[in-house]
Design a protein. Sequence first.
Length: 170
Amino acid sequence: MLAMSARLNFVRQQGFADATAQSCGVQFGALVFQPRAMLVLAVLGLLLETGWYFVGLGLVLLWGALVPRWNVFDLAYAWLVSRRRGLPPPMPAPAPRRFAQFLAGLFALGSGLAALAGHHHLAWRLLGLLFLAIAGIVFARFCMGSYLFHLVTGRAAYAHRTMPWSREES
């Protein structure tokens, strides 16, 4: 029960306030595709040890946040998963999800630029924030960026109700 509740809260936190337990399964899979891919890509970036990689990754994330219909991750999900399984393609990201993607893009871009400029401590701190944000989604069903979006837009009560452990009806 808690697992379904956490998934439903996550989908709602992403900006799909009208999500139900029935619609949650398909939406959840589409919504966690990008963070799971990002985890793999970020680890690959650590192995490559180049700031340019994170600059590029940051720009891809910022593009997806600014032009959600052309989000590379959503297009990949549509082509690799939803088309093959007969599922609907992912919907363009609502504002909370775009805000989270924008923050992730800033963390990645900032880390890459800091590394290229020789500010390695700053680069590692920004990468740490990026990894914490990704891990929160992948392992705890909590999106820091979406949660912050709801807080800064004056919807603190709603933000609190979408925490993974919350069992309140949103």
